[in-house]
Design a protein around this ligand. Sequence first.
Ligand code: DC
Length: 221
Amino acid sequence: MGFNIAVDGPAGAGKSTIAKLVAKKMNLIYVDTGAMYRAMAVYFIKQGVDIDDVEAVAEACTGADITIKYENGMQMVYLNDENVTAYLRTEEVGNAASVTSGVAQVRARLLELQRTLAKTSDCIMDGRDIGTCILPNADVKIYLTASSAVRAKRRFDELVAKGEECDLATIQADIEERDYRDMNREVAPLKQAEDAILVDSSYMTIEEVVKRIVEIAEERK
Ligand code: DC
């Protein structure tokens, strides 16, 4: 078993930014499980599967083979041997991933891949159910969150910086809808594990959050 840090939390809490930096500081592999659900979503979109039809999603997911490779320390996600990493971070794919990740068969297809990565490497893995379900014995569990208003403002600033037109209220409503779906689904809902440490980044800088998590992790190493 590798040394494992589990980071869970809602969309836009900064999990991937923080986890990448902690990985660098502690010489760990960063495993982004959201990207695996996003790759599944790309498959459903490509195949024209109705994502609200649970049975159709459950049946179609058997045709999606997701694998992970590391290139220059960056996680690359392959869908049926095609590198789909560049297509994962759109709102359409994120929303489709939020919907289809509620289907038990989709989760079952990704569970072994995630556990194998944790077993074979020292890693920091982020997602929604890592501390509660995927790695119940992780060395460190962090629940990283921030208020929906703060998360929406961060996303808004990111999009504005990219020159994209957007509306703050719509972004906040989308985030709250995604939180609701992620927290209220029947299979592996997002929740804080009993033994996870809560880090609320609403009024913390990225550096402060990284420092806090590294301190917690170093104590348990
Ligand atoms: O973290 P993210 O936004 O890339 O994740 C996309 C969606 O995938 C998210 O809305 C919920 C789902 N997800 C999940 O159900 N379990 C995980 N471990 C990671 C992501």
